[in-house]
Design a protein around this ligand. Structure first.
Ligand SMILES: Cc1cc2nc3c(=O)[nH]c(=O)nc-3n(C[C@H](O)[C@H](O)[C@H](O)COP(=O)(O)O)c2cc1C
Length: 216
């Protein structure tokens, strides 16, 4: 099939996207960020419930609170690590994950991404009626929805030449993320950084299709 040369095709976008952890100081254009959120909106979701929410963290007060929470979490973990069986090994792990977390404060744009809990699934009705012990579909539905929404967001960013990184490691350090944002109805599931890349990391190797695909 003939390709239009100037447009990256989906394979190029997918294979060429990298997690970017170092950014130039340039701010991503507002219109690009909005298009990225728009791309997330096209993702499928159960009953089209669209439970994913993007919170852009611009407030210096909230950024400071987040930074303080992470720093004190790191101190807490490091001091507890001293009392463990392999304190040095654990300290190295904590420091490594710290490096994979703290760059969020140097990214030009930082999002906290979360989900609301939509009402109306059969599972939630059955749970409320006392027919099942727990709404076992809830978390799965929300996690799948956020993953699909993020994929659109990341790939749209890549189309604009913007780098992104999804992060969950900061949660290892922050004790109560909900209290920092004060958005009670949104459960924060990850952070995402956005900016123009100041690094060109080599893509970590992927498994061959045969390793993850089988017929039974
Ligand atoms: C759910 C999730 C959580 C992640 N958490 C972090 C993180 O906390 N810090 C980080 O630097 N990268 C994080 N990453 C990025 C992965 O390390 C990265 O996607 C992986 O190594 C593959 O590299 P690539 O994205 O460049 O292809 C996360 C990715 C996902 C999907």
């Amino acid at each position: 099939m003939e390709k239009i040369k100037s447009m990256p095709d989906l394979d190029d976008l997918l294979a060429g996207r990298r997690s970017i952890r170092r950014y130039t100081t340039a701010s991503p254009p507002e219109a690009c960020l909005e298009s990225m959120v728009q791309a997330a909106i096209w993702a499928p979701s159960p009953r089209n419930s669209q439970p994913v929410r993007f919170i852009r963290i611009e407030s210096p007060k909230i950024r400071k609170r987040l930074q303080e929470a992470m720093l004190s979490g790191r101190e807490r973990l490091l001091s507890k690590a001293v009392t463990c069986n392999h304190p040095k090994r654990l300290r190295n792990w904590i420091n490594a994950y710290w490096r994979y977390s703290e760059f969020i404060f140097r990214a030009p744009v930082l999002f906290a991404v979360g989900t609301i809990t939509p009402e109306g699934s059969l599972s939630s009705h059955l749970f409320q009626a006392g027919i099942i012990a727990r709404d076992k579909r809830d978390d799965t539905d929300l996690d799948i929805s956020i993953g699909l929404a993020l994929q659109g967001f990341l790939l749209k960013g890549r189309e604009f030449g913007l780098g992104t990184c999804v992060l969950t490691a900061p949660f290892d350090f922050i004790e109560d993320v909900g209290s920092i944002f004060g958005a009670k109805e949104i459960v924060i599931k990850c952070f995402v950084t956005v900016g123009f890349p100041d690094e060109s990391p080599v893509g970590p190797e992927r498994m061959p299709v045969t390793d993850i695909y089988r017929m039974i």
